[in-house]
Design a protein around this ligand. Sequence first.
Ligand code: FMN
Length: 171
Amino acid sequence: MREQEVSPDRLRQVMRHVPTGVAVVAAATPDGPVGLAVGSFVSVSLTPPLVGFFVAHASTTWPVIEPHGRFCVNVLGEEGEDTCRAFAVSGGDKFAGVTWRPSPAGSPVLDNALAWFDCTTNTISDAGDHRFVLADVHDLSVRPAGGPLVFCHGTYQRLGNGPTTDVKGRV
Ligand SMILES: Cc1cc2nc3c(=O)[nH]c(=O)nc-3n(C[C@H](O)[C@H](O)[C@H](O)COP(=O)(O)O)c2cc1C
C-alpha cells in the first residue's frame, strides 16, 4: 500500500537525487540544424547496437527530427553547461554560436561532445507524458580525454575524483 500519493512534485523531489548525463539530440534538416537536450539517453542493446532516450510530448523539436529519422546523440563533456542550457529551451536559433561538423551520416556532431552516436530511429513507443525513442547506432566515437557533464540536484556538475577504476577500452 502506498504511504503517500506519487505526485509529480514528489517524484521530481526524489528523482533530483538521481544523476544523469546530458546529451543533445541533433539533426541536420533541409531548413538547418535542430536539436534538444535530453538527460534520458541510455544504452539499450549491444547486439544489435541500440540506444534510446525519452522525449516529452511537449517537445517542439522532436516533431521536426522524427520525420527526418536520422540524428546524432551528442553526450556533452564537462565544459558543455552553456550548450546544454542553449538546447534546453524551446524556440530560437539554438545553434547560434555552437560549432559543429557533420557526422559520417551528415548529422551534427557538436565540438564539445564527449561522445557521439550516429543514429536512425528504430521504433517509438508511448511512455506516459513522454515517448521512448529506440535508435539503431551506425557509427560512434569518443574523444580521448575529459569527463562528462552530469546533472544532479538541479545543477550541472562534473565527476569529482574521476573513475573508481581505470577507464579501459576507449574507442
Ligand atoms: C538536464 C536536462 C535534461 C533534460 N532531459 C530531457 C529528456 O530526457 N527528454 C525531454 O523531452 N526533455 C528533456 N529536457 C527538457 C528539454 O531539453 C526542454 O524541454 C527543451 O525546451 C525542449 O526543446 P524543444 O521544445 O525545442 O524540443 C531536459 C532538460 C535538461 C536541462
